[in-house]
Structure formats: C-alpha cells, structure tokens
Design a protein around this ligand. Structure first.
Ligand SMILES: CC(C)(COP(=O)(O)OP(=O)(O)OC[C@H]1O[C@@H](n2cnc3c(N)ncnc32)[C@H](O)[C@@H]1OP(=O)(O)O)[C@@H](O)C(=O)NCCC(=O)NCCSC(=O)C[C@H](O)C(=O)O
Ligand SMILES: [Mg+2]
Length: 265
C-alpha cells in the first residue's frame, strides 16, 4: 500500500477544475500529480471538479495520479471519498488531518493508499499516530502558517518544529514524506533554496504548484556528482565497524546511507 509514493520527488498539485492544467500536467515528467478538489477549487465548481478528476484519472498517466478530497468537516467530503473509491486514482490525499481515524476510514472506504496532509496544530501533534495509518505524509505549509498565525515574510524558521515532526513521524512509520509548497511563482532562487532546505530536512520530495517548479525540485533531490563519488568511495573503502574515511569517522549507518544514495541513480 505504501509503495505508490515511494521514490517520488515531485508532487504537482493542480485544481481539478482546470482542464488546461490537467492536459499540461501530462507533459511535465513529474513523479506524481494531485488533482485538487479542496482549496484550489471554488465552492460552486466542486461537483464539476469531482467529475473532471474521476474522468482524468481514468486515462493513462506516466507517474502516480491522486485526488485530494475535501476535508472531513466539509459538505463535500463524503461524496468525494465515494467518487475516489469508484475511480482509478492511484492514491488519495486527505487535507487537514487532525488524527488517525479519518485516514483509517478513508483507506477502508476507498481501498487506496492515503497520503495525509499535516497542516494543523493537532495534525502535527498527532503526526506519529497519523503516519501509522497513512501511506505518506505531506506538509501543508500554507495552512500551517495561517493556523500558527505566522506573519507574512517570516521565512520558514517558525515552521521548523512542525516540519521536523512531520519527517520524524514519517520515518518512524517507514513511509515517504513530502515538503510543502513554495508560493513564489517568479522567485527561482527562493525556490531552489527551499528545495535544498527540504532535502536537508530529510524530505523525500516537495509539493509543487506550477510547471516551472518541477526542474528545481528534481535538481535538488538528485544526488550531486561529488556526493555520488564520495558515496562510491565510501562503500568501496568500508570494512564494517568504526573506521577513518577521508578524515572522518564512518560506521554502518554511513555505509547504508551511501548505498541508498547510489541506488537512487
Ligand atoms: C498558481 C496558479 C493559479 C497560477 O496560474 P497562472 O498564472 O494561470 O499560470 P500560468 O499562466 O503561468 O500557467 C502556464 C501554463 O501552465 C499550466 N499550469 C499552471 N499551473 C499548473 C499546475 N499546477 N499544474 C499543471 N499545469 C499548470 C497552465 O494551465 C498554463 O498552461 P497552458 O494554458 O497550456 O499554457 C496555478 O499555477 C495553479 O492553479 N497552481 C496550483 C494551485 C493548487 O493546486 N493549489 C492547491 C494545492 S497547494 C496547497 O494548498 C498545499 C497545502 O494544502 C497547504 O496548505 O500548504
Ligand atoms: Mg492546505
């Protein structure tokens, strides 16, 4: 169940109500697409968007294709979940997850892997329990900023505890974990810096909102040539136990991390 989002770097969101974006998404080489029924879709367009999402996932996609349903508290949640259950979506995304119960219920009702968005204070606090029911976690940084009352222009430092908790919970449960979106559509340097930060935090990839963000995401999560060279030298040199390697101590976990990096190429 957890495999569908394993080894994915880019998770492109788009409004299911936007047919041009759906068409475009097929051409972008992203690892996974999320057709959004929640915040990207106006209330009056929800029903039509749901039908469009179901139709879109019925066609072939090169990467994984998922649908984000409306939240449990909304009037659309039940019908969204029923539509996903009957659809050919590879996975379903649940927004504003406050606890594990909704994830277990959506998994049962749809029979599909469920990615839980961690984007409320309760979600962060219950992230370990949520992760045990989920196929992946996704940080929802826009909602988190609003919920935590972080003033605009405050950077990501006020989010660090929530981001770290999201990664910790996912790693403890052995599931993939994705960083939140970067809203700046014309800030290439900012995007590159945030992708690098996300990788440094331990995220497996990043949520994206525009085609122009795909390349920076893939570049950030690709092992750099010097990283790969060092990993290969390290694996070749390691003999087990603590030892000196190029001026630093290495042990078993360094060898495992180097092997993981090599396997990703
Ligand atoms: C942000 C946008 C509204 C910007 O739209 P616009 O200015 O119209 O884009 P462009 O003119 O630059 O688009 C150029 C072409 O690219 C296509 N396009 C645009 N965005 C996407 C996309 N996300 N996926 C696929 N294709 C896309 C356009 O259709 C144009 O193609 P063409 O017409 O053929 O030339 C818009 O980018 C957008 O809607 N982005 C996604 C918004 C979204 O899904 N938001 C919800 C998820 S984010 C979130 O909420 C995370 C979490 O919950 C949290 O709280 O943080
Ligand atoms: Mg959100």
């Amino acid at each position: 169940m957890t495999q569908v989002l394993a080894e994915r770097r880019s998770l492109l969101f788009l409004p299911a109500s936007n047919p041009r974006a759906i068409t475009k998404a097929r051409t972008l080489g992203v690892d996974a697409v999320v057709l959004d029924l929640e915040d990207a879709v106006r209330p009056e367009a929800k029903v039509e968007a749901r039908a469009a999402a179901v139709a879109a996932v019925a066609e072939a996609w090169s990467g994984a294709i998922g649908i984000r349903v409306n939240g449990l508290a909304s009037e659309w949640h039940g019908a969204d979940v029923a539509a996903v259950a009957a659809s050919r979506a590879d996975f379903v995304v649940v927004p504003r997850t406050d606890g594990p119960a909704v994830i277990a219920e959506v998994a049962t009702l749809t029979g599909k892997p469920v990615a839980a968005m961690i984007e409320t204070p309760a979600g962060v606090i219950h992230a370990p329990a949520i992760a045990r029911e989920a196929a992946a976690l996704i940080a929802g940084t826009n909602d988190l900023r609003a919920e935590l009352r972080i003033p605009p222009g405050s950077g990501r430092t006020p989010l660090f505890a929530a981001l770290q908790m999201t990664v910790l919970a996912a790693r403890a449960a052995g599931i993939p974990v994705f960083d939140g979106v970067f809203n700046g559509l014309e800030d290439e340097d900012g995007l590159a810096a945030e992708c690098a930060e996300g990788r440094a935090f331990g995220f497996d990839g990043k949520s994206l909102i525009h085609p122009a963000q795909v390349e920076a995401c893939h570049a950030a999560w690709a092992p750099r040539p010097e990283e790969l060279d060092r990993a290969r030298r390290l694996v070749a040199a390691a003999s087990g136990g603590a030892e000196r390697f190029e001026g630093a101590m290495i042990e078993r976990m360094h060898v495992e991390a180097a092997r993981r990096l090599i396997e990703r190429t």
